[in-house]
Write a protein that binds this ligand. Structure first.
Ligand code: SF4
Ligand code: SF4
Length: 193
């Protein structure tokens, strides 16, 4: 069997999704929250393993990219190698089955890291209630523009409020609430039937 050449090409394609096994890495801040991105349930994403688009049945927390590369890739090597997420430990390009065996299993969610009853946990749940993507897709199909606008208004305002009040950056807001709703809807619209 060929050995890993440490070419880092895999770190330049699809960043890892976090699983329950990675929870302590976030709790211990080895992986800081602003290095994460949430893809919410209902988003349309391109899946590299199958080379096709799919609608997420469950939210994913992924490591962020910078210039299309994993944010932890520095000078062609992993800056958190000893503590890399489980998907990275299981990935080897010549043996994709190892990663496929754990893909979408035992996923880590925002509310595994942020207490449900904390102020932030409550806001995330309220955001998910108002900006739920399955509901918004239904509103779009029904042409219920008022409901879609309400969700866009809530998503925009909660981000602006937290930016101004707590000086939070977009990077961490994209972990707490996923990418801005306006952007997510632009990506979803071509897939609406
Ligand atoms: S797993 Fe494959 S793509 Fe990734 S570093 Fe090793 S040889 Fe390169
Ligand atoms: S965490 Fe490390 S091993 Fe995993 S994709 Fe990023 S740079 Fe590569």
């Amino acid at each position: 069997m060929p050995a890993c050449k440490r070419c880092a090409k895999c770190c330049e394609t699809s960043p890892p999704t976090l699983h329950q096994e990675d929870k302590e890495l976030v709790i211990q801040k080895i992986i800081a929250r602003d290095k994460l991105l949430t893809l919410r349930q209902g988003e349309v994403v391109f899946e590299h393993s199958s080379q096709q688009y799919l609608v997420l049945k469950e939210e994913l927390i992924k490591i962020r990219t910078e210039n299309s590369k994993c944010i932890f890739l520095e000078q062609n090597s992993c800056s958190i190698y000893q503590n890399r997420p489980i998907e990275c430990k299981n990935f080897f390009c010549s043996q994709p089955q190892n990663l496929l065996n754990i893909q979408y299993k035992n996923l880590l969610h925002r509310l595994d890291i942020i207490k449900r009853k904390s102020a932030l946990g409550e806001i995330i749940q309220e955001h998910e209630r108002i900006c739920n993507l399955h509901k918004i897709k239904k509103y779009l199909k029904e042409k219920n523009i008022k409901k879609v606008e309400d969700a866009l208004y809530f998503d925009f305002n909660i981000r602006e409020y937290l930016k101004n009040k707590l000086e939070l950056k977009d990077s961490i807001l994209n972990f707490y609430f996923g990418r801005p709703l306006e952007k997510v809807l632009d990506l979803i619209k071509p897939f609406l039937r």
